[in-house]
Design a protein around this ligand. Structure first.
Ligand SMILES: [Fe+2]
Length: 265
C-alpha cells in the first residue's frame, strides 16, 4: 500500500483501515532533501567513529560496556527526524494522539551485506494486549533500488501471534503473498506494524550502493512496553532535556510507559 506525499501528509480513514489490515504503509519521499542532507553525514559519523559499534556492545553486555558517549537522538538531524511533522501527523492518525518513542537505530549498511532473514520486531507489553500498536518507521535515506537492495513484507502476517523468528528458517526466500519494495525514491519511509514479518534482501546483481537506513519505533500508550536498550532511561532523559517533543507530545519520552530492561530477546 503506497501513499503519495504530493502535498498530503495525513491518512484518511481508508488508508488507516488498509494499514490495520495489511500491516504496512509506504510513504515515498517523506523526508525532504534538506533533512536527508543533514542526516547522511550524521549516519557516517555514527558508523565511522565507532558509535554504532559501542551502542551494540552496550546492548550485548551492559555489565561491561556503558552507553556510547553520544546517543543517536543527540545528533541534531536524528533528533529532528524523530518528530518530523509529517511523520508525527501520520502516526497520530494511526496510533491516536498519545504514543511513546521506543527506540532509534541508525546504520550505513555496506554494499554486499547479506540479507536479513524473515522476522518481526514487535516487543511485548505488560498487559499482553495485542490491540495496542507498536509501529516501526523504516527510513531509507537513499531510497531503494537495484543497487541498494529491497525490503519484502508479508501483508497480514502481523495478525498472527508468533515469535519474532518464527519464519527465520525460510531465510530471505520468496514467500507466497509477499510484497517486494524495490524501488523507492530517496527519503522514503515504510511504516510497519512492528509485528509484520519482513526481510531485507541484498542488491540482486551483487554489491551496489550502501544502504543508509534509520529505523525509529513508537508505541501506543495504555500498557508498559519492554525496552530494548539498557540505557533507555538515559535516552528518554536526553530527549526531554533537548526538548525534542517541542512541548507538543507530552507522552513521547515518558518513562512510565516502560517495564525494566531485562536483556535482548
Ligand atoms: Fe526488522
Amino acid at each position: 500500500m503506497t501513499l503519495s506525499f504530493g502535498g498530503r501528509d495525513a491518512l484518511d480513514t481508508e488508508n488507516r483501515r488498509q494499514f490495520l489490515e495489511s500491516g504496512y504503509l509506504v510513504l515515498p519521499g517523506l523526508l525532504p532533501e534538506a533533512l536527508r542532507e543533514r542526516l547522511v553525514p550524521e549516519v557516517d559519523r555514527w558508523v565511522d567513529e565507532g558509535l554504532r559499534a559501542r551502542s551494540i556492545a552496550a546492548c550485548a553486555d551492559p555489565g561491561r560496556n556503558g552507553p556510547p558517549p553520544l546517543l543517536e537522538l543527540e545528533l541534531p538531524a536524528h533528533g529532528d527526524l524523530l518528530t518530523h511533522p509529517p511523520l508525527m501527523r501520520t502516526l497520530t492518525r494511526l496510533l491516536g494522539p498519545s504514543f511513546v518513542f521506543h527506540h532509534l537505530h541508525s546504520d550505513r549498511q555496506s554494499p554486499g551485506i547479506p540479507g536479513k532473514a524473515w522476522h518481526h520486531d514487535c516487543e511485548p507489553n505488560d498487559r499482553s494486549d495485542p490491540s495496542l500498536l507498536m509501529v516501526h518507521a523504516l527510513h531509507y535515506l537513499g531510497g531503494l533500488d537495484e543497487k541498494v537492495g529491497s525490503l519484502a513484507v508479508l501483508p497480514g502476517s502481523h495478525l498472527n501471534s508468533v515469535g519474532k523468528s518464527a519464519l527465520a528458517h525460510r531465510g530471505t526466500a520468496e514467500l507466497p503473498g509477499e510484497v517486494v519494495l524495490d524501488r523507492l525514491p530517496p527519503g522514503s519511509t515504510v511504516l510497519l506494524n512492528s509485528a509484520l514479518f519482513h526481510t531485507r534482501r541484498p542488491a540482486p546483481d551483487g554489491p551496489g550502493r550502501a544502504r543508509y537506513f534509520i529505523d525509529a519505533s513508537y508505541c501506543q500508550v495504555g500498557a508498559r512496553w519492554r525496552p530494548v536498550k539498557p540505557y533507555w532511561r538515559q535516552m528518554l532523559a536526553r530527549a526531554r532535556e533537548l526538548d525534542l517533543a517541542d512541548g507538543q507530545w507530552p507522552e513521547l519520552f515518558a518513562e512510565r510507559h516502560f517495564t525494566e530492561y531485562t536483556g535482548t530477546v
